[in-house]
Ligand binder design. Structure first.
Ligand SMILES: [Fe+2]
Ligand SMILES: [Fe+2]
Length: 190
């Protein structure tokens, strides 16, 4: 489905590598939020036939949360407070009100968040292979799982309203390209 309209800025990887523990804390919170987001999608009557699929995604995200929490614990890093991401905040605020619009937009936002995460996990898996092989392996394993979620959310959006999902994807990709270029110094994944 995807042709991103902007690349991840060059300064992203060095910033993440220089703040790895803080980024892991952020990532741990992101998995918790991903579980909540999948559960929140269950509230829409349009998604009644996807309840089992969404519940399974939520369970997988909670497993990821537990795995990363275990990693933090083994590194002696405390979880701490979550930090807001301007990119995620911008994507979520772009979700329109009005039930049907909201369902499609929520699914597209969830799909793109999974998609960008996947892309970043792939970069991290390669960058950490010699210095942090366990973390590199974790990121490489996550790519497949989160890639599956990315596709699931997008396919559900298309099944609900194919034309509207494709039309709206264009708007979201434009927004992503604007937001991702606004670099910031926060030690977070997005
Ligand atoms: Fe996850
Ligand atoms: Fe996911």
């Amino acid at each position: 489905m995807l042709l991103w309209r902007a690349s991840i800025p060059d300064e992203w990887l060095p910033k993440v590598l220089a703040n790895l523990n803080e980024v892991l804390v952020d990532h741990c919170h992101l998995e918790r939020k991903a579980a909540t987001s999948a559960l929140n999608l269950i509230k829409y009557p349009e998604l009644t036939s996807y309840v089992r699929e969404l519940n399974k995604i939520a369970q997988e995200e909670l497993e990821h949360f537990g795995m990363i929490y275990g990693l933090l614990d083994s590194r002696g890093v405390t979880l701490g407070l979550p930090k807001a991401s301007p990119w995620i905040g911008g994507m979520m605020r772009f979700i329109r009100k009005g039930r049907r619009e909201q369902v499609i937009d929520h699914l597209i936002a969830a799909s793109l968040i999974e998609g960008r995460s996947c892309e970043k996990f792939q970069i991290l898996a390669e960058a950490l292979i010699s210095t942090e092989p366990d973390i590199a392996k974790m990121y490489s394993d996550l790519v497949e799982n989160e890639g599956g979620h990315y596709a699931q959310f997008w396919l559900i959006a298309c099944e609900i309203d194919n034309q509207e999902a494709h039309r709206r994807l264009e708007d979201f990709l434009d927004l992503d390209s604007k937001l991702i270029r606004q670099s910031h110094n926060l030690p977070i994944l997005h």
